[in-house]
Design a binder for this molecule. Structure first.
Ligand SMILES: [Zn+2]
Length: 127
């Protein structure tokens, strides 16, 4: 089992029929081109890999997948965003997947996380 971050069941800012119901894998959103990110919210979001839709929270989950499969999900997402399917993209995907895996390992399954820039924290502190 691999520890990953997924979109939570109830991402309250999204309709119930949204991709979040299917427990999509997420990554960090990455910053947009705006000079200040207070209005766009990109620094406060996670990004659903398969759809590239931003979500306000992520949840720690376990997936029956290998690290390679996890990395491939990141590559697919980057290629969808227009990056070439090459060694550079593979490197970026690997480091991002490892970073999310390391992050997920810090909390128990089911923990809902928020992000503010570089700071990731549990929405409801664990007892
Ligand atoms: Zn932004």
């Amino acid at each position: 089992m691999l520890k990953v971050l997924v979109a939570p069941y109830k991402a309250h800012d999204l309709p119930e029929t949204d991709a979040t119901d299917r427990r999509e894998l997420v990554s960090f959103a990455g910053l947009c081109d705006a000079r200040s990110h207070t209005r766009c919210g990109c620094s406060n979001s996670f990004l659903v890999l398969r759809t590239r839709i931003g979500v306000a929270a992520a949840e720690v989950a376990e997936r029956d997948m290998t690290l390679d499969e996890y990395i491939n999900a990141f590559i697919a997402s980057y290629v969808m965003a227009g990056l070439p399917d090459n060694a550079d993209t593979l490197r970026t995907a690997s480091s991002e997947a490892l970073q999310m895996n390391r992050l997920a390992k810090r909390w128990p399954v089911g923990t809902v996380l928020n992000v503010r820039g570089d700071n990731v924290f549990a929405q409801h502190p664990q007892r």
